[in-house]
Design a protein around this ligand. Structure first.
Ligand SMILES: C[S@@+](CC[C@H](N)C(=O)[O-])C[C@H]1O[C@@H](n2cnc3c(N)ncnc32)[C@H](O)[C@@H]1O
Ligand code: SF4
Length: 330
C-alpha cells in the first residue's frame, strides 16, 4: 500500500471477488402480504411473474460472472425473501441453474433457506435438502392466533411445530425460528409464554426482531393515522431482556444483536454482514415494489442491506448443492 495516499482508488472486482464469503439470493414472492413487512417482494398475479424473475436472475448471474471473470467461491449461501418456499420444485430447478452461473459451491459449508411455516411441506423440504440446505429458518413470529392475525399471518403456532416435525426427518438439518416482539397489545405475560413455547421447540437457533414500522406498510399507515399506538420503548426493552435472560439455559448463546444459537446453529452467513464480506443477488427492479426499494439489493429490516450463504462440496451434478452432504456430516 502506498502510505502517502492509501485510499486513492476502489478495489477492482478481481481484487474483491475472492474475499466474498457469503452470497444472499433473493426470492421476492409471497402468497400474501404481512402488515409489517417492507421487504422487496410481491404477491404475484400469476406464475408468469415468477418465470420472468427467474429469467432475469439467470441474466444477472451471467452478467456478474462475466464482470468478475469467473465464478465466485463463497463459504455460505442464504436464500431469503419474500418466501423462497413459494417456489415450486420446478421453479427451484431454475433458481439453482441461475445460481450455478455465478457460484462455485466447492467451499460452501452453510446453506440457509427461509420458509413460511405453512409452505414447509414434506415435498419442498425434500427438494431443498437436495439443493444442499443445511439450515431452515421459519417465520414463526408469534404464539397466539390473535397476534398472528394482527400481523396478517395466515398460520397457527401448530403449523410451526408441524413444520419442525417434518424438518426433523432430515438428519443434521439445523432449524431456526423468527419471533417478533414489541407488537401493540403483546402483553409481557403473553411474550413470556411465547419465549417459553419457542424454547421448547426442537431448534438450534432463534431470531427475535423488535417490530419496526416500515414506510408503506399497513401498520405504519395505521400508526401515522393515529389508529394504532406503538409499544413504549421500555416495554420492548424488557421483552428483549426477558428473552436474552432465558436463552442460555436452553443452550442458545447470543452471538449477534437479534440472533441466538448453539455453536452449530449459528448462522455464519449472518456474521458475514457484520464483516462486510457478503453480496446480494437478485434480478434488477421490475415491479413497483422493487422500484420503490431503489435497488436490486434486498432491504433487510434486520441488519443493514444484505444478509447471507455455504461450504466444502463437489460440483458433480446438475444439482450442485446436493454434493455438500458428505462434508456436512464430517
Ligand atoms: C424475509 S422475512 C421472512 C421470511 C418468510 N417470508 C416469513 O415471513 O416467514 C424475515 C423476517 O424478518 C422479520 N421482519 C420482517 N419485517 C419486520 C418488521 N417490520 N419488524 C420486525 N421484524 C420484521 C420477520 O420476523 C421475518 O420472519
Ligand atoms: S414477512 Fe415473510 S411472508 Fe410476510 S410479506 Fe414479508 S417476506 Fe412475505
Amino acid at each position: 500500500m502506498n502510505a502517502a495516499a492509501p485510499f486513492t482508488r476502489l478495489p477492482t472486482t478481481e481484487e474483491w471477488a475472492p474475499a466474498i464469503s457469503g452470497v444472499y439470493l433473493h426470492v421476492p414472492f409471497c402468497a400474501s402480504d404481512c402488515a409489517y413487512c417492507a421487504f422487496a417482494r410481491e404477491v404475484p398475479a400469476s406464475r408468469a411473474a415468477v418465470d420472468t424473475y427467474l429469467d432475469a436472475l439467470a441474466v444477472e448471474a451471467r452478467a456478474w460472472r462475466k464482470r468478475l471473470g469467473g465464478r465466485i467461491r463463497p463459504l455460505t449461501l442464504y436464500v431469503g425473501g419474500g418466501t423462497p418456499t413459494f417456489l415450486t420444485p420446478g421453479e427451484w430447478d431454475r433458481l439453482e441453474s441461475a445460481l450455478a452461473e455465478l457460484v462455485d459451491p466447492a467451499r460452501v459449508t452453510e446453506v440457509t433457506v427461509e420458509a413460511n411455516p405453512e409452505t414447509a411441506t414434506a415435498e419442498r423440504l425434500a427438494r431443498l435438502r437436495e439443493f444442499g440446505m443445511t439450515r431452515l429458518s421459519l417465520g414463526a413470529q408469534a404464539l397466539s392466533t390473535e397476534m398472528l392475525r394482527f400481523l396478517d399471518r395466515t398460520h397457527e403456532w401448530s403449523t410451526v411445530t408441524d413444520a419442525l416435525a417434518r424438518a426433523g426427518a432430515h438428519d443434521g438439518l439445523v432449524t431456526s425460528v423468527d419471533l417478533i416482539y414489541g407488537i401493540p397489545g403483546l402483553e409481557p405475560g403473553e411474550w413470556a409464554r411465547t419465549v417459553d413455547a419457542a424454547l421448547e421447540l426442537p431448534i438450534e437457533h432463534l431470531s427475535a426482531y423488535c417490530l419496526s414500522y416500515e414506510e408503506g406498510t399497513s401498520l405504519a399507515r395505521r400508526r401515522a393515522e393515529g389508529r394504532l399506538e406503538g409499544q413504549p420503548d421500555d416495554v420492548q426493552r424488557r421483552a428483549y431482556d426477558r428473552l436474552a435472560a432465558c436463552v442460555e439455559a436452553r443452550g442458545l448463546e447470543r452471538y449477534e444483536v437479534s440472533n441466538f444459537g448453539t455453536p452449530r446453529g449459528r448462522s455464519r452467513h449472518n456474521l458475514t454482514y457484520w464483516e462486510g464480506e457478503s453480496i446480494s443477488v437478485s434480478a434488477p427492479p421490475r415491479t413497483r415494489t422493487f422500484a420503490a426499494s431503489g435497488s436490486a439489493v434486498t432491504r433487510s429490516g434486520r441488519c443493514g442491506n444484505a444478509r447471507c450463504a455455504m461450504r466444502r462440496g463437489r460440483w458433480r451434478t446438475s444439482r450442485p448443492w446436493a454434493n455438500t452432504s458428505d462434508a456436512r456430516r464430517s
